[in-house]
Design a protein around this ligand. Structure first.
Ligand code: COI
Length: 356
């Protein structure tokens, strides 16, 4: 694919963030973005890396009314020898296309999407932070731009990629977070769109998340929509429960996002000698495990969240504390091994890391 690259003058470049240790998540954006347009009958055209700026869309554009929108999240890491490393980007590209198919949006040739990600990251490499725990978050997005109020798949789309230098997703960093187990609202249903990355899943989660945050919790832990019994995910993370030497994570039933970090942890854990199980796990089993001391640790996983220890679960007006609200050894081992692979500090036995 031919990508037109806009040159920016020195004056047009933004000043870099001042303190990379204070980046937080998703508030700072780089100088340039990638854009590409689709029209039915013409396919994808006009690939360019251009100045980061506002878009102008017709107010009737499909995306504003019926939420035909999908996105991805992956990261670029600064390696110790100055190399730029992407973590399993091919998986994000494949998932983006699966999301596109589910919402009747056009797919993008995998090699083109990868090329767009790589060329943009390289063009913006001065923005990749080097401080411990920081990286450059990559957000590919597709929106439906046809100006028409009928409910139908749009005939026009914009695909774009923006970049954001980031630190930890949660203000707690690698300290345990407190989760509110939601038993009234639900995130997604089997047969719906909970297993793809579309904004609607996150919009649907906002009210419960807001209420939980008002009560002092970091996030909501969702239960299944039918029985309010089985653990689903956190919205920003998949969940893992540690029973001694065994890791249990909810099976992908169709309403849970198939996390790339989740899949990587399953493989990594097996490699490190842990037993793993993907199966339905009920909130009752989790609480019984906490009460009996057999559930020794819990953590969430995601691109933004990386591996985030869970210190307590609040369910039906009771607080269940896990591992004394401390980071456990299994969580720590998996976290350290995963980030060492991502930053190129250790051998990558899986071929996950792609140097660009
Ligand atoms: C990611 O982890 O990349 C996500 O898209 C989750 C989002 C809540 C930041």
């Amino acid at each position: 694919m031919k990508i037109l690259v806009e040159n920016l003058s020195e004056e047009e470049l933004k000043p870099l963030y001042e303190d990379p240790n204070q980046l937080g998540f998703g508030r700072i954006f780089t100088d340039r973005m990638f854009t590409m347009r689709y029209k039915k009958g013409m396919g994808w055209t006009d690939a360019r890396i251009e100045k980061y700026k506002n878009f102008s869309f017709d107010p009737s554009s499909c995306v504003y009314h019926y939420s035909q929108e999908i996105f991805e999240g992956l990261k670029a890491y600064a390696g110790a020898e100055g190399q730029i490393l992407l973590f399993r980007p091919e998986q994000n590209v494949k998932r983006m296309n699966r999301s596109a198919e589910r919402l009747v949006m056009p797919t993008i040739p995998e090699e083109d999407m990868l090329q767009a990600i790589e060329e943009l990251v390289v063009a913006e490499k001065r923005w990749i932070p080097k401080a411990p725990g920081t990286s450059m978050y990559i957000r590919p997005t597709m929106v439906a731009t046809e100006p028409f109020l009928g409910v139908h798949p749009s005939s026009e789309y914009l695909f774009y990629i923006i970049l954001s230098p980031v630190g930890a997703y949660y203000k707690e960093g690698f300290q345990p977070v407190k989760l509110y187990v939601e038993d009234t609202y639900v995130r997604a249903v089997v047969g719906g769109v909970g297993d793809i990355k579309t904004g609607g899943n996150y919009a649907a989660s906002l009210l419960a998340g807001y209420k939980a945050q008002q009560m002092g919790f970091s996030q909501v832990l969702w239960l299944d929509a039918c029985q309010h019994k089985y653990i689903e995910e956190v919205g920003s993370m998949n969940m893992f429960f540690v029973f001694g030497n065994k890791l249990v994570t909810p099976a992908l039933t169709g309403s849970i996002l198939p996390g790339i970090t989740r899949a990587s942890i399953l493989q990594l854990a097996q490699h490190l000698g842990y037993e793993t199980e993907e199966r339905p796990i009920s909130i009752d089993e989790v609480i019984e495990g906490i009460n009996q001391g057999t559930l020794t640790e819990a953590f969430g996983s995601g691109t933004a969240a990386v591996i985030s220890p869970v210190g307590s679960l609040y369910f039906k007006e009771k607080d269940y504390v896990i591992n004394n609200n401390q980071v456990g050894p299994v969580t720590e081992k998996l976290y350290n091994t995963l980030v060492d692979i991502q930053y190129g500090r250790t051998v990558d036995p899986f071929g996950w890391v792609r140097e660009i």
